[in-house]
Design a protein around this ligand. Structure first.
Ligand SMILES: O=c1nc[nH]c2c1ncn2[C@H]1C[C@H](O)[C@@H](COP(=O)(O)OP(=O)(O)OP(=O)(O)O)O1
Ligand SMILES: [Mg+2]
Length: 200
């Protein structure tokens, strides 16, 4: 099967990508498979910059084409926080539970109509020979007042998706991919995947 390498440590993201790429005939490899110890510091000031840092580091290391995803949650009532700091919002331990707890607490006195938010995903494509590039997808929603749902990862249990009338964590991985920030970013790439990754 054709393989696509994703520069991520995050198993939840890898699962999302498997659901998105699988039906197109691609197998997903992650850092776990190709460069277990690689940990790139995310020193950029945008999702795009961080995605490029992760993708170019692995592309240079492996001398092949790879993609990376930098993503997060922007909450309007918090002036866009946690944004690019989503993974470490409640500390270096990168705990999804602690991150959700912190968000719920900060929004404690915010009424439903002011709890608007969006997931943002920047996907970077990097290779040894071509200029790297990025594309962005978003997904609009509302931060709930408590967790609900068992699927997905990260902030999915507190992210209500009005278009589906469900929490993100109540959607199957396939349903999530059809409407998610990650799915929306990838749609911009999917039409020329084979050209990009498997040029003769
Ligand atoms: O679909 C999603 N559903 C729920 N939460 C999500 C989603 N997409 C991103 N998020 C949250 C999780 C994490 O708190 C942060 C990503 O941070 P981000 O640096 O891109 O990923 P990461 O450090 O977990 O893995 P890696 O950098 O190795 O890809 O945004
Ligand atoms: Mg990260």
């Amino acid at each position: 099967m054709k393989k696509i390498i994703i520069a991520t440590q995050n198993k939840g993201k890898a699962k999302d990508f498997e659901a998105l790429f699988g039906p197109l005939g691609y197998e997903i490899l992650t850092l776990h498979d190709v460069a277990e110890d690689m940990d790139v510091e995310e020193t950029g000031s945008t999702f795009e910059e961080n995605a490029l840092l992760k993708a170019t580091a692995l592309a240079n290391h492996l001398q092949t084409i790879v993609i990376a995803d930098d993503s997060g949650l922007e909450i309007d009532a918090l002036d866009g926080r946690p944004g690019i700091y989503s993974a470490r919002y409640a500390g270096e331990a990168k705990s999804d539970e602690a991150n959700m707890e912190k968000v719920l607490k900060e929004l404690e006195n915010v009424k439903e109509s002011d709890r608007t938010a969006r997931f943002v995903c920047a996907i970077a494509v990097a290779s040894p020979s071509n200029e790297p590039f990025t594309m962005r997808g978003t997904c609009e929603g509302i931060i709930a007042t408590e967790r609900k749902g068992e699927n997905g990862f990260g902030y999915d249990p507190i992210f209500f998706v009005p278009a589906e009338n469900k929490m993100m964590a109540e959607l199957t991985t396939e349903q999530k991919g059809a409407i998610s920030h990650r799915g929306n970013a990838l749609k911009k790439l999917a039409s020329n995947l084979d050209d990009l990754f498997f040029k003769a």
